[in-house]
Ligand binder design. Structure first.
Ligand code: FES
Length: 107
């Protein structure tokens, strides 16, 4: 049986929720199971609607996070529809995180 990790979700307005996420499920799936709604679209790593940013801990993408560029990955952005936790984590979530990915195309 895979390990369960505590994942703290943090919104821009300061709200936080801590959910339990198994190592073989995605953060988005676990949030849905626990009644926490997060934005999503394609569910395949292609659109970035579900983007979050890792503040602490480690996740692995179960499918290639095609919607993220190398610089996004380097800055800790992750796609919650395909991200499985490998440790306890803290993540920024909410639609404003996705907006950051496109707000500065020249960077
Ligand atoms: S929902 Fe489209 S990348 Fe996650």
């Amino acid at each position: 049986m895979s390990a369960v990790h505590r994942v703290e979700l943090r919104w821009r307005d300061g709200r936080t929720e801590t959910i339990a996420v198994r190592g073989d499920e995605t953060v988005l799936d676990a949030a849905g199971r626990e009644g926490v709604s997060l934005p999503f679209g394609c569910l395949t790593g292609a659109c970035a609607t579900c983007a979050g940013q890792l503040l602490a801990g480690r996740v692995e993408h179960r499918r290639p996070p095609r919607a993220l560029k190398e610089r996004h990955l380097a800055d800790g952005y992750v796609l919650l529809c395909v991200a499985e936790p490998r440790t306890d984590c803290r993540l920024r979530v909410g639609s404003d995180v996705q907006a950051e990915l496109v707000s500065n195309p020249w960077r």
